[in-house]
Write a protein that binds this ligand. Sequence first.
Ligand SMILES: Cc1cc2nc3c(=O)[nH]c(=O)nc-3n(C[C@H](O)[C@H](O)[C@H](O)COP(=O)(O)O)c2cc1C
Length: 222
Amino acid sequence: MTADELDTLMAARFSCRGFKPDPVPRATIEAIVATARRVPSWCNAQPWQLTITSGAETDAFRAALKDEMATASHAPDLPFPTGYSGVYLDRRRTCGWALYEAVGVEKGDRDGSRAQMMRNFDLFGAPHCAIVSSPAELGAYGALDCGGFITGFTLAAQAQGVATVPQAALASYAPFLHRYFAIPDDRLILCAVSFGYAEPDHPANGFRTERAAVADIVDWRG
Ligand SMILES: Cc1cc2nc3c(=O)[nH]c(=O)nc-3n(C[C@H](O)[C@H](O)[C@H](O)COP(=O)(O)O)c2cc1C
């Protein structure tokens, strides 16, 4: 693969929030995981473990998640960010507004924005969901390694024509996920990645996010 081809692949990936119901063949999912596992990790510990749902299991999970949402409170294994300020707050707002504009939610429409946020718990209609966990004893560095794995997963999926959306939103309900999937308490549930084939005409897929310039990212020395 040339550098241009890699850049094209990375530019084509986006967070998909409207999926076709069609399942991804098991062999394709296995190929995605096989490629993603090539990412680096500290001491090559490869801390990522995935619980992947398909078919009726995804639908049962979606339904159980919605039931849980009625009463559950926010309880992630890994504390969520304590705040976004400055440029990070600006970027967060910009991407949120782009999504709301795409789906026709006006600024200040709290019910509309909440309804769009709740689509997270419908997995945006995806036929598959991967729950990503890491050993608690590896702490932030296990999470760091898993972040790399999630990126590898999204790119490997893109190369297979499969769309993805990482979802920290689901990690809010970690106790439920531990219970539902029997994921042991000595593992941190970090994130979910819902995936399947994109519904290209879905309004939520009708925008793309921007990136800061290289000059804004790098502090060159020498
Ligand atoms: C760790 C992580 C967690 C995320 N959690 C959510 C989420 O809960 N819901 C959601 O709609 N998007 C979520 N996203 C997607 C981001 O909003 C998205 O990656 C970002 O806006 C950049 O857009 P792009 O992925 O389309 O390039 C998450 C992404 C990452 C990497």
